[in-house]
Design a protein around this ligand. Sequence first.
Ligand code: UTP
Length: 291
Amino acid sequence: MRIRKAVIPAAGLGTRMLPITKSMPKEMLPIVDKPVIHYVVEEAIKAGIDDILIITGKGKRTIEDYFDRSFELEYYLREKGKLEELKQVEEIGEMVDIYYVRQKKPLGLGDAILHAEKHVNGEPFAVLLGDDIIVSEKPGIGQLIEVAREKEAPVIGVERVPQELVSRYGIVEGVKIGDGLYRVNNLVEKPSPSEAPSNVAIIGRYVLFPEIFDALRETPPGKGGEIQLTDALKVLLPQPMFAKEITGKRYDVGSRLGFVRANIELSLAHEELREEIISLMGQIIQEVSHE
Ligand code: UTP
């Protein structure tokens, strides 16, 4: 079984990052010199995906422009002899086949996924949330694809979180059957720490099968009037479903702290910037400790 299609929902309003998200999609926020969604697309490509559907919405045109060719810019860079920059810009336009569909109203992640039904056309598919960056040797979504192929069942990407943070996540109740691998028995959306069945939290990566679409249609709007993907996954239980702890570092760039942290840490991964950033950080720490 090959999984070659990915869906990137990117139609949310990004209210946690207001006011910038008033006129700029959070998926386009810069992390050093690339927008968040560029990292997400790269992760999918590394995992063998060759067809990507981005769910966009109102005010998200810059995402399409970013992955499109820019002939004026390419012409300008060629004329000026800026060949390194030209190569970079051309490569973005040729990364992978990217398609778009618009979610007319932000009715939730579940509703966004429902918009992918025609495009995935009966195949299993990967889902990568457009505001989560995962940095790891082996691409985050690739780790889930491996399990989905072996088990021929849906797989949810998870991470263990501190007990006091469980109420921010969907939480998995399951049986551990391998290294970081669980068979899912139940899913609980945003439980209080005392009610949470575990600290195994759902993060922004999934491998889903076409059955999810009927489940989504059966799912009534939940929290905040939105159709929740977690609720639809619950409809599919007790069919086999798995959760896999993704190894690597995750940044929730849709939150202020996650965004700032991603910028600091990923700039340290930049060869040209690393030394300067370290010395800058030393300087800043000295300055604030004298305040
Ligand atoms: P979030 O809940 O993080 O996105 O959804 P949000 O609603 O934009 O964020 P806040 O809480 O208001 O800051 C996770 C992913 O699902 C997409 C988002 O773009 C994000 O990638 N999404 C969410 C949609 O595509 N459509 C929706 O209706 C809601």
